[in-house]
Design a protein around this ligand. Sequence first.
Ligand code: BJW
Length: 238
Amino acid sequence: MNGKMRIVVLTGAGISKESGLDTFRDAGGVWERYCIEDVATPDGYVRNPAKVHKFYNEQRLYLGEVQPNAAHHALARLEKEIGDRLLIVTQNIDDLHERAGSTRLIHMHGELLKVRCDHCERIWKETGEISTETVCPGCRKKGGVRPHIVWFGEIPLQMDEIFNAIDNCTLFVAIGTSGNVYPAAGFVERARMNDGTGTLELNLEPSIGASRFAEKRYGPASEVVPAWVDQLLGTGTD
Ligand code: BJW
C-alpha cells in the first residue's frame, strides 16, 4: 500500500446487518415497520415523544445483545496498521465500530448510547431507558432529554471535519449504505473532485449511487470488507 494513502471510509446500516441489526430500506427493514415521520423527525418527536422514546429505548437495550462482525474487525485492523491515515465516518448510531477497536471514528448521525438535554445541551452516555420524566443531571430540568441522534431536517455532526477529510483523501470507500440520505450520499461526488482520488463501493448489491464509484465489489460486508483490507495491506492468502 502507498505510504501517502489517506482513506475515508463511510459506513451505513449494511455493515451491521450481519451482527443482527436491521437496515432501513431493505425488505423487512426498519422503515417497513415504522413511519419515518413518526420516529426520525423533530416534528414526530414533538407530536409523540413517548413513541420516539420507546423506539430508541428498545434499540438501546437490544444493542447489548449484538456483537461486531468481521467487517467491523477488519476496519479496526486497518486502523492499527495505518493509524491517522484512516477516518471512518459512520451513519450508524450503534457502537459496533468502537467495540471492534476503531478509534478514528465520527458518528455523523449521532449515537444511540448518548442522550442530550434540549434545555442546557448537555450530552451524556446512557445505556438504559429515557422518558419525558427523565431529569437532566446538569440543569435538573425534566422533559428535555432526547436521544442524541440526527433526525431528518437536522444538521449532521462534525461536518467540517468530515469535509476536510474527504477533501484530503486519496481513497473514498462507502460500505453498506444505499445512497439515499444526504449529505452522506453526496460524499463520493465531493471525493471525485480531488485530483486522483479513488472511489470504491462495497455493498451487498449496487446502491442507487453505484455509477458514481470507479470501483465496486458486491457481497456481504463480512466477506468483502476483510478481503479488501487484506488486499490493501498485502495480508491476503492469494
Ligand atoms: C449490506 C448488507 C450486508 C444489506 N453487507 N451491505 C431532497 C433531496 C436531497 C436531500 C434532501 C431532500 N429532502 C430532504 C433532504 C435532506 C435529508 C435527506 O437526505 N432526505 C432524503 C431521504 C431525500 N437529509 C437530512 O435531513 C439530513 N440533514 C441534512 O441534510 O441537513 C442539512 C445540512 C447538511 C450538511 C451540512 C449542513 C446542513 C439528516 C439525515 C438524518 C438521517 N437519519 C437517519 C435516522 C437516524 C435514526 C436511526 O438510526 O434510527 O439515519 S435516517 C437513516 O438513513 C439513518 C441512516 O444512517 C440513514 C442512511 O441509511 P443507510 O445506512 O444507507 O441504510 P439503508 O437501509 O438505506 O441501506 C443499507 C444498505 O446496506 C443497502 O444498500 C443494502 O443493500 C446494504 N446491505 N445488507 C453489505 N450484509
